[in-house]
Design a protein around this ligand. Structure first.
Ligand code: SF4
Length: 166
């Protein structure tokens, strides 16, 4: 595994039904620079807050979660810690057979343009909910999203290509 660490804003969750299809584990990353007005998790903005946890320890804890369809990375901004997120994502897919979703305040094209570790993490996903929360676009009827500008992108694992937009 890896000696890498990840900064989390809270404990790992299980059995979530609001962050993607099926029962899902949820990993909350700490740190986001966007500061969207109306953000539901402003306590996750500070890059020095939360707790640093070894990636190995995260994986060990996730392996105790039975009956999950997948894992969703929430924030904070998961793409500010793309290397650690990718290690965990790949481990969950390979060792637990889970599908992998992530939220991001970045839009898909920004992540593609960024390349590097951000794009590598994106290629490990099955779905991305992209874009920042925009208060003026707020819509409580949307599935898994808070505002109308956010898209649920179903991705081709391994290439990052968009298969379908929901
Ligand atoms: S991108 Fe997400 S976590 Fe960051 S400020 Fe906006 S809504 Fe909050």
């Amino acid at each position: 595994m890896s000696a890498q660490q990840i900064r989390l804003s809270g404990p790992l969750e299980r059995d979530s039904i609001v962050n993607g299809y099926g029962l899902r584990a949820v990993l909350w990353t700490q740190g986001c620079a966007r500061r969207c007005p109306g953000c539901q998790n402003p306590e996750t903005w500070d890059f020095r807050a939360g707790m640093l946890v070894p990636v190995d320890e995260v994986c060990a804890r996730l392996s105790e979660f039975k009956g999950q369809a997948g894992i969703t990375f929430c924030g904070g901004e998961p793409f500010e810690q793309p290397e650690a997120c990718k290690i965990i994502a790949d481990w969950c897919r390979e060792q637990l057979g889970w599908n992998v979703w992530s939220f991001s305040g970045y839009v898909y094209d920004e992540l593609r343009a960024a390349g590097g570790a951000k794009w590598e993490f994106l290629k490990s996903l099955d779905a991305l909910i992209d874009g920042p929360f925009v208060l003026s676009e707020r819509d409580l009827t949307l599935k898994f999203r808070g505002s109308r500008n956010q898209r649920l992108l179903h991705l081709e694992y391994g290439t990052g290509n968009i298969m379908r937009i929901e």
